[in-house]
Design a protein around this ligand. Structure first.
Ligand code: HEM
Ligand SMILES: *[C@@H]1O[C@H](CO)[C@@H](O)[C@H](O)[C@H]1NC(C)=O
Ligand SMILES: *[C@@H]1O[C@H](CO)[C@@H](O)[C@H](O)[C@H]1NC(C)=O
Length: 321
């Protein structure tokens, strides 16, 4: 497996020699070793979104849930292995029966392996797929710093403790993002990805039945497909953006201004607190939102790279040692 892991060790050596943590990743990382990687990822993401538009949203979220647990290391992709007792992150509360897109990542990996075997990490594929999904749904694009290693470990407990839940208050959201080196502004910009995709009733029931800071007609609309008594309708879906669910735009913030955020954790961004002014700015200025979102995605993509690791052959399993 040495040939599959050399680049990460080389990366480590460069890192130690250069003494420059911010220079770890590079947008030209695969320029020589796999010049067509971005084209292959983009084409595969495009066909997945054509088959099902929601998949774009699911791939954006997959990147977030990878990066918040052990850094952006594809730890979320590792399957549980009952035979060895290995427990991954897929059954953590925020992920179980909720995170989607694993098969699309497998497909991208297979297509990339066809052109450059053993070179491109699963973690980089997840980062590229999130960027391409954003752009294909109508949002901004950006150059993705690359050169991540895939982890040989995963942490269900960290997924449970570090990912914010939909009942979070603003203090909690700022703290959870702050723990990952992301500012309140980054948090508010990244939450704007709730301009696409869906939530299950179980995640917004309390908001539409118990909260006061919600437009009554919007609450009534959402209650129709989300019965008050759990577990009735728990898995019923509603779009996170009531206005333009298929477009990656800034309508999410406009919704918040009229108290039409779907999750409790959405509406707390505009509820008389520290993020109100920024929400107003993003609602009024789509270009500002697009620029801040792209910047924050790059920043999130820099969270805690492992100092060692590998390029997995199969994104779901650690390579043989
Ligand atoms: C601020 C804290 C956040 C909370 C509490 C939160 C919570 C949630 C919840 C509960 C869902 C619905 C899941 C389900 O019902 O299965 C969801 C969906 C989604 N989240 Fe977040 N999220 C947050 C931040 C983010 C960030 C930072 C991103 C990406 C940058 C993101 C992207 C998405 C997307 C795109 C979906 C739709 C996924 C799909 O339709 O498959 N979220 N989020
Ligand atoms: C994950 O969801 C399945 C149902 O699909 C359930 O049987 C299992 O107990 C859940 N796992 C955890 C760890 O909660
Ligand atoms: C926010 O939520 C946390 C955890 O639920 C709680 O301890 C804290 O008191 C809440 N803060 C505010 C300002 O409501």
């Amino acid at each position: 497996m040495a040939s599959r892991t050399w680049h990460c060790w080389l990366l480590l050596v460069f890192f130690l020699l250069s003494d420059d943590a911010s220079g770890q990743l590079s947008t030209s990382y695969y320029a020589d070793s796999c010049p067509s990687v971005e084209k292959v990822v983009h084409a595969t993401v495009a066909s997945a979104i054509q088959a099902e538009r929601r998949m774009g949203a699911s791939l954006i979220r997959l990147f977030f849930h990878d990066c918040f647990v052990q850094g952006c290391d594809a730890s979320i992709l590792l399957d549980d292995v009952p035979a060895t007792g290995f427990v991954g992150e897929k059954t953590a509360a925020p992920n179980n029966n909720s995170v989607r897109g694993y098969e699309v990542i497998d497909q991208i990996k297979a297509n990339v392996e066809d052109v450059c075997p053993g070179v491109v990490s699963c973690a980089d594929i997840v980062a590229l797929a999130a960027r391409d999904s954003t752009a294909l749904l109508g949002g901004p694009s950006w150059a993705v710093p690359l050169g991540r290693c895939d982890s040989t470990t995963a942490s269900r407990s960290e997924a449970n403790s570090d990912l914010p839940g939909p009942g979070s208050n603003l203090t909690m959201l700022i703290a959870r993002f702050g723990n990952k080196g992301l500012s309140p502004r980054d948090m508010t910009a990244l939450s704007g990805s709730h301009t696409v995709g869906f939530s299950q009733c179980t995640n917004f029931r309390a908001h539409i039945y118990n909260d006061a800071n919600i437009d009554p007609s919007f609450a009534a609309l959402r209650r129709r497909a989300c019965p008050a008594a759990a577990p009735n309708g728990d898995t019923n879906l509603a779009p996170l953006d009531v206005q333009t669910q298929n477009a990656f735009d800034n309508a999410y913030y406009g919704n918040l201004l009229v108290r039409r955020g779907l999750l409790h954790s959405d509406q707390v961004l505009f509820n008389g607190g520290s993020q109100d002014a920024l929400v107003r700015q993003y609602a009024a200025n789509p270009a500002l939102f697009a620029a801040d979102f792209a910047k924050a995605m790059v920043k999130m993509g820099n969270i805690g790279q492992p100092s060692d690791g590998e390029v997995r052959c199969d994104c779901r399993v650690v390579n043989d040692s």
